[in-house]
Design a protein around this ligand. Structure first.
Ligand SMILES: NC(=O)C1=CN([C@@H]2O[C@H](COP(=O)(O)OP(=O)(O)OC[C@H]3O[C@@H](n4cnc5c(N)ncnc54)[C@H](OP(=O)(O)O)[C@@H]3O)[C@@H](O)[C@H]2O)C=CC1
Ligand SMILES: Nc1nc2c(ncn2[C@@H]2O[C@H](COP(=O)(O)O)[C@@H](O)[C@H]2O)c(=O)[nH]1
Ligand SMILES: [K+]
Length: 482
C-alpha cells in the first residue's frame, strides 16, 4: 500500500479519513477476484465474526462458515458448551441450510416464535418420520389465530430435492415454479436441509470454509486468566479449528505467558493457528508473534460497543493501527486481523488495503436474524436485536457470576463497554448473508478498481489518499434530496 502523491498524514488516521484511488486495471470482471485469505485460518472470504455474546453463536457460526468466513465463540462460553456447538456446526451441511422444523400439530404461535431465527422466513412441517409435508411462512400466519394448528394453514406444494442436486438446478427449478424455498431430503425422504433461491445462487459464488474432512470451520476464544493451556487443550479436543487468545490490553505479561502456554500444548505439526490481541503498535505485534501468535488482532477502542477511549484516552485510530501492525507482522511472515469499527463495506476494503488478512465484525452483525438474541420490535414496529460489549457491566457480571460478592463488586468498577444497545435489522438486508453479500461485492469491486485479482495483490497495489470530513461526506448517498 502506498499513499497518493503528496498525501503524507500528519497524524493517525481511521477509515473515514482515507479513500482508495483507482489504478489502471487489467481485471475484466469482479468475479475474477479471489477473496481467499493466506493467514492459515482457512477462510475463503476475509471476514471473521467477533467473539461477542450478542453476535457469535451456533447459527451465526454455521451461516458464516458456509459462506467462507469464520466465527469466534466468546471466552465466556463454557468448554462443554463450546464442544457441543462445535460438533453441531461440524454436523451441518456445507451447502444446505438447517431448516426450522415443526409438526402439523404445533401452533401458529410456535411458528411465529421460530421464524425469526433464520433468514429463510419459513418453517418446514414434517410428519412423524421426519418427512416434509408442507411449509408455513410468516404471511400464512398473519390474520390467523395464534392457537390454530399449522396443519390448517400449511402449504403442501413443496419442492423437494436430493441433497446432491446441483444448486444451480435448484435455483432454476425454484424460479420456474415461482417458489422461494426448496427442501432437501436424505435417501429415506427425511427433511435434511433448506435452500432459498438466493442461497442456491450463493452456493455457486462462495466456497465454504471447511476443515480437512470437509466440515465447517469454527474458532473459539480463551481469556488470559486461569490455565490458558488447559483451556486450549479442551478446545482442541472439542475440534475447534482456530484458537483466539483475547484480552482488552493484549500487550501485557499475562498475555505473553498465556500465549506461551497455549503454544506449548499445540503439537509441533499442528495446523491450528493461534490468534492473539488486542494491540495497536508495531512493538505489541512483534511481542505477541515472538510469544507464539500466528495472527495478531489489532484494535483498541474502535468497537461500536466500546467505551475504552472515552474512559481511558487509550487506543489508536484504526486505519493507522492496522497499517503499522500489519507491516510489523508481515516483516516476520505473520498476519493481522483488523478488529472493530467496521460499519460499511468500504471499511473492510480499507483494512485489507492497510495489510490485514481479515476484518473482524461484531455489532453490525448483531442486527441480523442469525445473531443469538431474540428478535424484538421497537415502538414503531421495526425489528431489532439487543447488543452489548464484552467489557460492559452486563458481560462482566455474567463472566464473574461464580466469584464471591466482594470480588464481583470490585470487578464491576471497570466498565469499558455499553450494556444495552439496539441494533436494527436493515429491512433490505435482515440476514447476515445479505450483509456478507454487500461486503464481498464491495471488496471484489475495490480490488478491480486497484487492478488486483487477489487480496495480497490488493494490498500491494492499493493507493490511499487522505480526505477531509467534507470529502467523506461527499461520498455518502443522499436518498432524500438536499
Ligand atoms: N478491543 C478493545 O478495544 C477492547 C476489547 N475488550 C473485549 O472485552 C472482553 C473482556 O476483556 P478484558 O476486559 O480484558 O477481561 P478479561 O476477563 O480477559 O481479563 C483481563 C485481565 O487483564 C487484567 N488487566 C490488566 N490491565 C487491564 C486493562 N487495562 N484492561 C482490562 N484488563 C486488564 C485484568 O486484571 P484486573 O481486572 O485485576 O485489572 C484481568 O486479569 C474481551 O473480549 C476483549 O476483547 C475490552 C476492552 C477493550
Ligand atoms: N472496549 C471494548 N471493546 C469491545 C467490547 N466488546 C467488544 N469489543 C471490541 O469490539 C470489537 C468489535 O467491534 P465492532 O465495531 O464490530 O462492534 C470486538 O472484537 C472487540 O475487540 C467492550 O465492551 N469494550
Ligand atoms: K468506540
Amino acid at each position: 500500500m502506498q499513499f497518493l502523491d503528496g498525501h503524507r498524514p500528519a497524524h493517525d488516521l481511521t477509515y473515514d479519513d482515507v479513500f482508495l484511488a483507482p489504478n489502471r486495471s487489467a481485471v475484466e470482471s469482479r468475479f475474477d477476484v479471489d477473496l481467499s485469505t493466506v493467514d492459515g485460518a482457512g477462510t475463503s472470504i476475509p471476514l471473521v465474526v467477533a467473539n461477542m455474546t450478542a453476535v457469535a453463536g451456533r447459527r451465526m457460526a454455521e451461516t458464516i462458515a458456509r459462506r467462507g468466513g469464520l466465527v469466534v465463540l466468546p471466552q465466556d462460553v463454557d468448554p462443554a458448551a463450546v464442544a457441543d456447538i462445535t460438533s453441531w456446526v461440524k454436523s451441518r451441511h456445507p451447502v444446505w441450510d438447517t431448516p426450522l422444523v415443526l409438526t402439523a400439530g404445533d401452533a401458529v404461535a410456535d411458528a411465529l416464535n421460530l421464524v425469526g431465527k433464520r433468514a429463510h422466513g419459513a418453517v418446514a412441517i414434517v410428519d412423524a418420520d421426519g418427512k416434509p409435508v408442507g411449509i408455513v411462512d410468516e404471511q400464512a400466519c398473519s390474520g390467523v389465530d395464534r392457537f390454530a394448528r399449522l396443519g390448517e394453514i400449511l402449504d403442501e406444494n413443496v419442492l423437494t430435492y436430493r441433497m446432491d442436486t446441483p444448486p444451480r438446478e435448484v435455483f432454476e427449478h425454484v424460479q420456474e415454479h415461482g417458489g422461494r424455498l426448496a427442501l432437501g431430503v436424505d435417501d429415506d425422504g427425511r427433511l435434511a436441509g433448506v435452500l432459498t433461491q438466493v442461497s442456491a445462487l450463493r452456493a455457486g459464488i462462495y466456497t465454504p470454509a471447511t476443515d480437512d474432512v470437509g466440515q465447517l470451520r469454527i474458532a473459539a476464544a480463551i481469556g488470559v486468566n486461569g490455565d490458558a493451556g488447559a483451556k486450549a487443550e479442551a478446545l482442541l479436543k472439542a475440534g475447534v479449528d482456530v484458537l483466539v487468545v483475547d484480552t482488552a490490553h493484549g500487550h501485557q505479561e499475562k498475555m505473553i505467558s498465556a500465549l506461551k502456554a497455549v503454544r506449548s500444548v499445540l503439537p509441533a505439526d499442528s495446523t491450528v493457528p493461534i490468534v492473539a490481541g488486542n494491540v495497536v503498535t508495531a512493538q505489541g505485534t512483534r511481542d505477541l508473534i515472538e510469544a507464539g501468535a500466528d495472527i495478531v488482532k489489532v484494535g483498541v477502542g474502535p468497537g461500536a460497543m466500546c467505551t475504552t477511549r472515552m474512559a481511558t484516552g487509550v487506543g489508536r485510530p484504526q486505519f493507522s493501527a492496522v497499517r503499522e501492525c500489519a507491516e510489523a507482522a508481515r516483516a516476520l511472515g505473520k498476519h493481522v486481523w483488523a478488529d472493530g469499527g467496521v460499519r460499511h463495506p468500504r471499511d473492510v476494503a480499507l483494512a485489507l488495503a492497510a495489510g490485514a488478512s481479515s476484518a473482524m465484525v461484531g455489532s453490525w452483525f448483531a442486527g441480523t436474524y442469525e445473531s443469538p438474541g431474540d428478535l424484538r420490535y421497537d415502538e414503531q414496529g421495526r425489528p431489532y436485536k439487543e447488543s452489548f460489549g464484552m467489557a460492559s457491566k452486563r458481560a462482566v457480571s455474567a463472566r464473574t457470576r461464580t466469584d464471591n460478592g466482594y470480588e464481583r463488586a470490585r470487578k464491576s468498577l471497570f466498565e469499558e463497554g455499553i450494556s444495552s444497545s439496539r441494533m436494527a435489522l436493515d429491512p433490505t438486508r435482515p440476514g447476515v448473508e445479505d450483509l456478507i453479500d454487500s461486503v464481498t461485492a464491495g471488496v471484489r469491486s475495490a480490488c478491480t478498481y486497484a487492478g488486483a485479482t487477489s487480496l495480497e495483490e490488493f494490498h500491494e497495489r492499493a493507493v490511499v489518499g487522505v480526505q477531509s470530513a467534507a470529502g467523506f461526506a461527499e461520498g455518502r448517498p443522499l436518498p432524500s434530496g438536499w
